[in-house]
Design a protein around this ligand. Structure first.
Ligand SMILES: NC(=O)c1ccc[n+]([C@@H]2O[C@H](COP(=O)([O-])OP(=O)(O)OC[C@H]3O[C@@H](n4cnc5c(N)ncnc54)[C@H](O)[C@@H]3O)[C@@H](O)[C@H]2O)c1
Length: 324
């Protein structure tokens, strides 16, 4: 049994992490939550039967009796909470983004190495069976002609009862908060296709007061990867698509809204006039938790370590620097 504390009892904790931890109660025992808002932590403790509630992660760590923490507080708080947890001898599953600066990413990698503890970054899409199907389907050194990642979001968090406020900073919210999912997913695809990272940045864009974030990245042979994330109140629905146009086939992934459990991502592959599609009802967030459990209890190698997150943050930092 992994004794776990949850840091941040907001929207994603209530909608995703606490319900799944309760379902996996043969593996996880949620012993405490921490949130500076008294009503949020009390609500989480009452609804999910968590015995202890604290105002911040330091109190939670000081109380001891923990093997791990799941950090799902605002982006700007992640680095400090990860480093304090590692200092306290506790394994970490931290929501994306790992942190906001490369210096903090380096500190976290060094602390992880010093302590030998697991730090897993919450890139649940890597655990989605549809994403795994795309990777398994991709020839190892196929030539990629174009990649396009497009997400539109009708300010979903507001409809799910969240503040939707984020950190109020386009770099933290739009680039490191939102575009990072697509960057991480595409980095995994490119590694599988034998493309060396890092990649050159061609352009960056930030419009509508941070409600639109875009980028253009160079791929080998003059190809391009275009990225777009748009908060579009009029969109009516959430849609996140990763499209990989390779020499042998066109492959797409369409992901569900990130606050909805058991809405499957869909993988489609069109090649030579034949279209195939794949979806699974296995929940990516639950598979992410099971992987974390295996890392903590069996010493399994982490599939989404901080070095991987650092590469994502590094690319997005350069895209943001290219914004004109
Ligand atoms: N993997 C995903 O797709 C996904 C989806 C949603 C959110 N997230 C991430 O999860 C995190 C939380 O997002 P959310 O939508 O739940 O936000 P939210 O604003 O609804 O909740 C954040 C909670 O953290 C609390 N908090 C603030 N400062 C804190 C601190 N120092 N220590 C502990 N708690 C603190 C707030 O009071 C609030 O209850 C963000 O980092 C976000 O990027 C990831």
């Amino acid at each position: 049994m992994v004794r776990i504390g949850v840091v941040g009892a907001g929207l994603v904790a209530h909608a995703v992490h606490l319900p799944l931890l309760r379902e996996l109660d043969d593996r996880f025992d949620v012993v405490a939550v921490a949130d500076p808002r008294p009503e949020s932590r009390a609500d989480a403790a009452r609804r999910f039967g968590v015995p202890h509630a604290y105002a911040d992660h330091r109190e939670l760590l000081a109380a001891g009796a923990l093997d791990a923490v799941l950090i799902c507080s605002p982006n700007g708080t992640h680095a400090g909470a990860v480093l304090d947890a590692l200092d306290a001898g506790v394994h970490v599953l931290v929501e994306k983004p790992l942190c906001l600066t490369l210096a903090d990413a380096d500190r976290i990698v060094a602390a992880r190495d010093r302590t030998g503890l697991t730090v897993q970054v919450g890139y649940m899409k890597r655990f989605d069976p549809a994403y795994e199907a795309l990777l398994a389907d991709l020839p190892a050194s196929v030539a990629i002609r174009h990649v396009a990642t497009t997400t539109y979001d009708p300010e979903l968090s507001r409809h799910f009862g969240g503040s939707g406020a984020g950190d109020g900073d386009p770099f933290s919210d739009a680039f490191l908060g939102a575009l990072i999912h697509d960057v991480n997913a595409v980095h995994g695809v490119l590694e599988r296709a034998g493309v060396a990272l890092p990649l050159d940045v061609v352009d960056g864009g930030c419009a509508a007061n941070g409600r639109t974030a875009t980028g253009v990245v160079a791929l080998p042979g003059g190809a391009r990867w275009t990225l777009a994330w748009l908060l579009l109140p009029g969109a009516g629905e959430f849609r996140e698509e990763v499209a990989v146009y390779a020499e042998d086939a066109i492959r797409t992934l369409v992901f569900p809204a990130p606050y909805v459990l058991r809405a499957p991502a869909v993988y489609r592959c069109g090649a030579g006039g034949v279209r195939r599609s794949f979806r699974s009802w296995e929940e990516a967030y639950a598979r992410q938790l099971l992987h974390f459990h295996a890392c903590v209890s069996e010493g399994r190698a982490c599939r989404t370590p901080p070095e991987q997150a650092r590469a994502d943050i590094e690319l997005l930092t350069r895209i943001f620097a290219a914004v004109r």
